[in-house]
Design a binder for this molecule. Sequence first.
Ligand code: PAF
Length: 259
Amino acid sequence: MITVIRSIEEWNQYRTNDVGDRSLGFVPTMGGLHEGHCSLAERSLSENDFTAVSIFLNRTQFNKAADYDSYPADFAQDVGKLEILGVDAVFAPDYDSMYPDSYNYRVSEHVDSLPREGARRPGHFDGVLTVVMKLLNISGAGRAYFGEKDYQQLQLVKGMVDTFFMPIEIVSCETVRAFDGLALSSRNRRLSDEARTKAATFPQILSSAQSSEEAIALLEDAGFEMEYVEEEDGRRFGAVTLEGVRLIDNWKLAVAAPR
Ligand code: PAF
C-alpha cells in the first residue's frame, strides 16, 4: 500500500519511523504524471530502499495564471499510477505549509537562469529553485531524480545543491519520448489530434537542422510559433508554441568527426 502524506509533520514522522536509516530516493513533481515521471520513479525504485514522490503544483513558478489554471491535475489517478509502480509514499503538502513566509524568502540564481526559459518566463526559476530547496530539505533523501527535458532546470538545481552544500545527489535522467519522438510533457494532452501529430516535427527539426538559424526557419515554415532555438555547451535548446501550448526540448549536438 502506498502511503499518502499531506503534512510536513506527518512526513517527518514517516521519515524517522518508516524509512529510518534506509536509503531514500525522491522524485519531485507537480502531478499530471506521465511515462516520463514514471521512469524517474522507476529509476529511484531500482537505486533506493524507499522511494517517495511529491505532488505539489507550485504556483510560484508559473508566470502566467492561465498556465497554472490549466495544468492537468488528477490526484487520485496520479497516486494510482505510483501505487502500481511500487512507490512507497506520496508527499502532497498544501501551499500554506510550503510557504509559511508568503514567499518572502526565495532562492535566485543570477547568471545561468537568465537566458532561454528564464528570459521568457520571468520569475520562473526563482519559484522552481525555492520550492526544490524546500522539498529536498524536507525530504531528507539521499538522491533526487530530475529529467533532462528541463535541462536548464536540472543544471540550476545541481548548481544550487553544490552552492548551498545540500547533502543530496541529483540524478539526471534521459528525456522520455513518445513513439514519434515528442518529449513527454503534462502539457501535451492539451494539444488537438492534429497539433499533436504536427508536434512530432519539433524534435525532428531541432535535432537534424544544420544550425539554429536553419531550425528556426524550418520550424516557422512548419507553422510553429517560435520562441527560441539557441546553442550552448554542445547542446541545442528550443521552445515553440502550438495551439497556445508551449513545447520545449533539447539535444546534444553531434561532434564533427576529425578529418
Ligand atoms: O519539473 C517540475 O515538474 C517542477 O519544476 C518541479 C521540479 C517539480 C518543481 O516544482
